[in-house]
Design a protein around this ligand. Structure first.
Ligand code: ZN
Length: 88
């Protein structure tokens, strides 16, 4: 029966973590350095990157969110105004 030493276990964990990280590494098309796949800018040259899995929001959805945040913002402003008026 072979039991792994704590050191071996740690080494294995480190390897696994590195393997996981490797999956998220992309090569910058501008300078060829490594960058992470969620980055929009290369940390080495500042060049623009297209994050994998990144989809630009469609216009309709963007407008909807903008409208909702505007309504929520206005409602919050009204509530604050009323509170200030009432608490005076
Ligand atoms: Zn770069």
């Amino acid at each position: 029966m072979s039991k792994k030493t704590a050191e071996e276990k740690q080494e294995e964990r480190k390897r696994k973590r590195q393997a996981r990280l490797q999956k998220h590494i992309v090569t910058c098309p501008h300078c060829g350095e490594d960058a992470l796949d969620h980055m929009t800018k290369c940390p080495h040259c500042g060049g623009e990157l297209t994050p994998s899995g990144y989809k630009p929001m469609d216009e309709e959805k963007r407008k909807k969110i903008q409208r909702i945040s505007l309504i929520v913002g206005a409602a919050a402003a009204v509530v604050i105004a009323v509170l200030i008026f009432v608490l005076k």
